[in-house]
Design a protein around this ligand. Structure first.
Ligand code: GLA
Length: 407
């Protein structure tokens, strides 16, 4: 960019900063939780523009785009240095065509593109962070055609979290482009209490890892298996904070990366029951048919994306078997029987005897008065009605997920 343009851009940035100190976040971007893909869980820092292009292609050819996955998100490590005017540049070896060309390509596939930064001086992987450059970075993203920003919380020293995220929200608003804003603060400062007017979703917990129920220590932080993350959503009482426009984010998925297909299925089902963002984290270019079938299961996706926007809740949890319910629009319900154990479990559920109630959303199925038809969402088959008890054997570390509809 020549010096005159640069001076102009900086003037715009500066006036944006003062005129829009309390600019609202972009509206209408998160009426349902976002769906897409992110590079971190499988590739960490080993990313480049070919991976992003090939992933976009695979999202189209696999049917993921048509199933609703929209965002192709580049996580940490895309960064090069700032130029002499302070504008961040991509790593010239890994992204030689530049971010604008990459965004144009992703858009040409009918998809949107996301990027990653951090509220500190450096990102978690030590690349340049946005602290002190918020308005300039937001402007740069907008010029590239970026649609989504994941904003991390490493190296923030004593920064105040709501203030730091509010600054970037204001900067995004001043950029002139509608950019989805994902707060990645890991739940340390309870973002569910302040995030709803700032971002479109907030991480609720530490990083996910592709194991069932493990906790892995990295010194001063832990990563958590999918069952531990499910538990944290319940322990922290988070479901009351989610609603259209702002969602709890239990982290990007490890579907396709879990040790077994059963675990992949249970993980996906529980993210749908939690009304979570569905951000795939596997290598979609090489995924198996089984993984693709799980990720593109439109009946399960419909539960995740249900317009009522209420998260599911555990109705019963005993001996590693959990029965979850989730109220859906039009008086319908989703229900999941989760077997956390290493052995198959025979489960009988007598609907008429059960008093299921969602105290938060005030919904009640009243199985003693109403009969619902049962649809098995992974077998894609009808499975009787709630007039008779349900008797099933759920395989080890697996789930049965159904939708209950009124005749
Ligand atoms: C943090 C985030 C992860 C990922 C890495 C990148 O750990 O929680 O999701 O973005 O940083 O360094």
């Amino acid at each position: 960019m020549n010096r005159l343009l640069c001076a102009l851009a900086l003037t715009l940035v500066a006036s944006g900063a003062s005129a829009q100190d309390n600019a609202p976040k972009a509206v209408g971007l998160a009426l349902t939780p976002p769906m897409g893909w992110n590079s971190w869980n499988t590739f960490a820092c080993d990313i480049d523009e070919d991976l992003i292009r090939e992933t976009a292609d695979a999202m189209v050819s696999s049917g993921m785009r048509d199933a609703g996955y929209t965002y192709v998100n580049i996580d940490d490590c895309w960064h090069g240095e700032r130029d002499e005017n302070g504008f961040i540049q991509p790593d010239p070896q890994r992204f030689p065509s530049g971010m604008k060309a990459l965004a144009d390509y992703v858009h040409s596939q009918g998809l949107k593109i996301g990027i990653y930064s951090d509220a500190g001086i450096k990102t978690c992987a030590g690349r340049p962070g946005s602290q002190g450059y918020e308005y300039q970075d937001a402007l740069q993203y907008a010029r590239w055609g970026i649609d989504y920003l994941k904003y991390d919380w490493c190296n923030t020293e004593s920064r105040n979290a709501p203030e730091a995220y509010r600054t970037m929200r204001n900067a995004l608003a001043a950029s002139g482009r509608d950019i989805f804003f994902s707060i990645c603060e890991w739940g340390d400062n309870q973002p569910w209490t302040w995030g709803k007017d700032i971002g479109h979703m907030w991480r609720t917990s530490g990083d996910i890892i592709n194991c069932w129920d493990c906790v892995v220590s990295h010194g001063n932080w832990n990563s958590h298996g999918v069952m531990r993350i499910v538990d944290m959503q319940v322990e922290r009482g988070l479901r009351v904070h989610a609603a259209p426009g702002h969602w709890n984010d239990p982290d990007m998925m490890e579907v396709g990366n879990m040790p077994t297909t059963n675990e992949d299925r249970a993980h996906f089902a529980m993210w749908a029951m939690l009304h979570a963002p569905l951000i795939a984290g596997n290598d979609v270019r090489t995924m198996t048919d089984a993984t693709r079938d799980i990720l593109t299961n439109e009946e399960v996706i419909a539960v995740d994306q249900d317009p009522l926007g209420v998260e599911g809740f555990p109705h019963k949890r005993a001996g590693g078997v959990e029965i979850w319910f989730k109220p859906l629009a039009d008086g319908e319900w989703a229900m999941a029987i989760l077997n956390r154990n290493d052995e198959p479990e025979a489960v009988t559920f007598d609907w008429v005897e059960e008093d299921v109630e969602d105290a938060f959303s005030q919904n009640r199925p009243h199985f003693d008065q109403n009969t619902y038809a049962i649809r098995d969402l992974f077998r894609h088959a009808d499975a009787g009605t709630t007039a008779q008890p349900l008797a099933v054997t759920v395989p080890a570390r697996d789930v049965m997920m159904v939708r209950l509809t009124r005749p």
